[in-house]
Design a protein around this ligand. Structure first.
Ligand code: FAD
Ligand code: SF4
Length: 329
C-alpha cells in the first residue's frame, strides 16, 4: 500500500499554497486521479481535496450569467449539471453535447469541469507502469511510436510522444475561445483556453501552462458566438468510449454564405485541436459540400499518422464534413 496525506481545504489561498509543494495533487471528482493512483501512474504524497471549498463557495459549482452576456462555469461544477443547464443547452449546444457524449452518467455525476480539461491521456503505455513512456518517466522512451498506435494522435505529435488528448469538453471549449480563470500562489490570472494545453515537443510530461499550486476556478464561455453549433464524436462503441475523431463546430450562415466559423477537432491531436486553417477555408464561402470538404482538407493537411492510425486522417475529414453539414442544414 502506498500512503499519502489527505488534506481537505476550505480556502482558495490555502489550496494554492499547499498545492505548490512537490508531489502534491488536487482532487475534485477523483475519476481520473484515483484511477491513476491505483495504477501507480500518479504517486502523490499529498492529495488536496477541493470539495470542502466547493461546498463553501457556491460560485465554484455554479453556472452564472455575466453582465456582458458571457456564461461562467464554476470549475467544480459537475459535468452532468453543466450539460443539462438550460442556458448551456440553448446557447452552447456544442458544450452540452460534448459533455453528454463523454464517459457515463455515473462518471459525469462525479466528475468536474476543471478535472475534465486536466484529465491525463488514455495512452495504454502511459497507464501501464511496466512500459516505456516519456510522459510518465521523461527520457524512458515511447512505447506507442513503434508499438500499438491505433488510438494515438496524428496532429501535434513529436518524436517523444504521440498521445491524444482525451477530453471531449476541451474540444468544444477550444472552438469557442473560452477563457480559464486560475488562482495561483501569486494571485489570479486568465488564460485563453487554446493556450492552456501545450503540444509535447521534447517535454511530453508538461501538458499545460499551469504552474504548481494553480487551481482552476472557472471557465468563461464568450458571448456572440455563432448560434448554430454541434459536437460530433466518432468512436468504437456508441457509448462509454473515447473519440477516435470528433469535431466541434459553430457556424453563422446568412443568405447561404458562411459569415463566421469555429472549428476544433478531438481524438486526433496531442491537445484539443483548434483549426484556424479550416475556419479560413469556410468564411466567405457558400455553405455547401465543396466548402466543407475544402475545410476538412485544410484541417488535416499537417496530419502525420503512424503505422496503425492512418485511417484517422480520412475519419477526421469525414467527421468534420458531417458536423458542418449537420450544423448548416
Ligand atoms: C470509464 C471512463 C470513461 C471516460 N470517458 C470519457 C470520455 O468519453 N470523454 C471525456 O472527455 N472524458 C472521459 N472520461 C474522463 C472523465 O471525464 C474525467 O475523469 C473527469 O472529467 C475528471 O474530472 P474529475 O473532477 O473527476 O477530476 P479529478 O480526477 O479529481 O482530477 C483530474 C486532474 O485534474 C486536477 N484538477 C481537478 N480539478 C482541478 C482544479 N479545479 N484546478 C486544478 N487542478 C484540478 C487533478 O489534480 C488531477 O490531476 C472517462 C473517465 C472514465 C473513468
Ligand atoms: S505516446 Fe506519449 S503517453 Fe504514450 S507511451 Fe509515448 S510518450 Fe507515453
Amino acid at each position: 500500500m502506498i500512503s499519502f496525506d489527505y488534506v481537505p481545504v476550505d480556502d482558495l489561498r490555502a489550496a494554492s499554497a499547499a498545492g505548490a509543494h512537490a508531489h502534491t495533487r488536487f482532487i475534485a471528482g477523483g475519476t481520473t486521479l484515483v484511477d491513476l493512483m491505483r495504477l501507480g501512474v500518479e504517486r502523490p504524497t499529498t492529495v488536496i481535496d477541493l470539495n470542502v471549498l466547493a461546498r463553501k463557495d457556491a460560485s465554484l459549482t455554479a453556472v452564472s450569467d455575466l453582465p456582458d452576456g458571457r456564461l461562467r462555469l464554476g470549475a467544480l461544477a459537475h459535468m452532468s449539471d453543466v450539460a443539462w443547464d438550460r442556458r448551456v443547452r440553448d446557447r452552447y449546444a456544442l458544450v452540452s453535447e460534448a459533455l453528454l457524449l463523454a464517459a457515463s452518467g455515473q462518471v459525469r455525476n462525479m466528475a468536474t469541469i476543471g478535472g475534465n480539461v486536466l484529465q491525463r491521456t488514455r495512452c495504454p503505455y502511459f497507464r501501464d507502469v511496466t512500459q516505456a513512456c516519456n510522459k510518465r518517466v521523461p527520457g524512458s522512451g515511447c512505447g506507442a511510436i513503434a508499438g500499438r498506435n491505433r488510438e494515438q494522435a496524428i496532429l501535434g505529435t513529436s518524436e517523444q510522444c504521440i498521445a491524444t488528448h482525451p477530453s471531449d469538453l476541451a474540444v468544444a471549449l477550444a472552438a469557442l475561445d473560452a477563457h480559464v480563470h486560475v488562482r495561483g500562489t501569486s494571485g489570479e490570472r486568465v488564460i485563453p483556453f487554446t493556450r492552456l494545453h501545450v503540444v509535447p515537443d521534447a517535454h511530453p510530461d508538461r501538458e499545460t501552462v499551469l504552474r504548481p499550486g494553480d487551481v482552476i476556478t472557472a471557465i468563461d464561455l464568450p458571448s456572440g458566438i455563432p448560434a448554430r453549433s454541434t459536437y460530433l464524436k466518432v468512436r468504437d462503441r456508441a457509448s462509454f468510449a473515447f473519440a477516435l475523431a470528433s469535431a466541434a463546430v459553430a457556424l453563422d450562415v446568412s443568405g447561404g454564405t458562411i459569415r463566421a466559423a469555429r472549428v476544433a477537432l478531438g481524438g486526433v491531436g496531442t491537445k484539443p485541436w483548434r483549426s484556424p486553417e479550416a475556419e479560413r477555408a469556410l468564411v466567405g464561402k457558400a455553405a455547401n459540400d465543396a466548402a466543407f470538404h475544402a475545410a476538412a482538407e485544410a484541417a488535416l493537411a499537417e496530419a502525420r499518422p503512424h503505422r496503425d492510425n492512418a485511417f484517422k486522417v480520412e475519419l477526421a475529414k469525414r467527421t468534420l464534413v458531417r458536423a458542418l453539414t449537420e450544423v448548416s442544414a
